[in-house]
Write a protein that binds this ligand. Structure first.
Ligand code: TRP
Length: 344
């Protein structure tokens, strides 16, 4: 692991990450995050959180919150995350989060929060609801992470700014009250993050945008085939060993994720000698994608139907997360001089 200090000698390093329960998980989430989580669960002490409180900053209507949380949890388990090995929990089940968020808010400055790129994006996207929760979103995220004194945070590039802010809040806290928190760092197994391109060649797959160009873990077989069939191509290479246009490179990249090496090699060579037929390429990718997604979808669906099991999983996750959070908050209150609460 790079650039992390182990604050927990003799123990496993602590990994923490979160995902908002907005939109549907897609194969970009799988290859960019979930696959990493699954490898980490055997080597680290892992806290994986569904950020339901964060979702209130953009989705104040909570009617779909519970089914969305259940779906995301089901999908995580269906992908191979083991709720016995990790703490898989919901943010709102850990009330200590709100307490630490409050203390950290006193160490976060309006100016730095206002210039955060994600905040500026949201102001553009929802000018009618620029709430204080949106402004302090990175403070809440820092609280999520340092509540477990986590050192390693598996996240994509878009979260790097939030992590840098978390390190700043940690430095200020430690400087003012005493060394309680390690500085969290972005962490990924493969170092180079897998970016899964969208099928229209415009950017990455997305949880809520360009849905026809994104393969969701909940898509049925025909929808997957249909989406891949629609992926942008052209009339094919006209000279040998021609470079691939972006949108063709994207199709090959997707294929590398779900097809066998032999299949990929065959199409690569057909591309090089200009005998490739994009219809065949997409047909093959469609079938291999269906084979990949189907077992995950079916398993997730079965778990989603089992509300009793989901409740047990979330209760178990909350118990682990609350235990870790309570231990941290005891220290926090002490160093902050907030240790005159009546003993309970
Ligand atoms: N902000 C993250 C995202 O949008 C989600 C998140 C919330 C998170 N709390 C976190 C990520 C703590 C890592 C650690 O993807």
């Amino acid at each position: 692991m790079k650039q992390t200090k182990n604050m927990n000698p003799g123990h496993q390093e602590i990994v923490m990450s979160g995902i908002r329960p907005t939109g549907f998980l897609h194969i970009g989430n799988y290859f960019g995050a979930l696959k990493n989580y699954i490898k980490m669960q055997d080597e680290y002490e892992c806290f994986f959180m569904i950020a339901d409180l964060h979702s209130l900053t953009t989705h104040p209507d909570t009617k779909d919150l519970k089914p969305n949380v259940h779906r995301v949890v089901s999908e995580h388990i269906a992908c191979g995350l083991d709720p016995e090995k990790v703490a898989l929990y919901c943010q709102s089940h850990v009330p200590q989060t709100a307490e630490l968020y409050l203390y950290l808010n006193m160490l976060a400055y309006k100016g730095e929060l206002e210039k955060t790129p994600t905040f500026k994006d949201k102001v553009r996207l929802q000018p009618e609801n620029v709430n204080a929760g949106l402004l302090t979103y990175p403070v809440l995220q820092a609280a999520d992470i340092i509540l477990h004194r986590a050192v390693a945070v598996p996240v994509g590039k878009d979260q790097e700014q939030h992590l840098e802010m978390a390190r700043n809040f940690v430095k200020r806290f430690n400087h003012r009250y005493g060394e309680v928190f390690p500085e969290p760092q972005a962490f990924n197994f493969a170092n180079a993050l897998v970016k899964v391109p969208s099928l229209d060649g415009k950017g990455k797959m997305s949880k809520s945008e360009n849905q026809l160009a994104t393969i969701y873990l909940s898509d049925d077989d025909d929808l997957i085939r249909k989406k891949i069939k629609k992926a942008k191509t052209d009339s094919g290479p006209t000279e040998q060993n021609a470079p691939k246009p972006d949108y063709i490179e994207n199709i090959f990249n997707l294929m590398k994720l779900v097809s066998s090496e032999e299949v990929v090699a065959n199409f690569e060579s057909a591309y090089r000698d200009c005998t490739i037929r994009y219809g065949d390429l997409k047909k093959q990718l469609g079938e291999d994608m269906v084979q990949f997604v189907r077992p995950i979808r079916e398993k997730a669906e079965a778990i989603r139907q089992d509300e009793k099991y989901l409740k047990e999983v979330l209760a178990m996750g909350a118990e682990k997360a609350v235990k870790s959070a309570a231990a941290t908050m005891k220290i926090v209150r002490e160093v902050m001089g907030l240790n005159y609460f009546p003993e309970k």
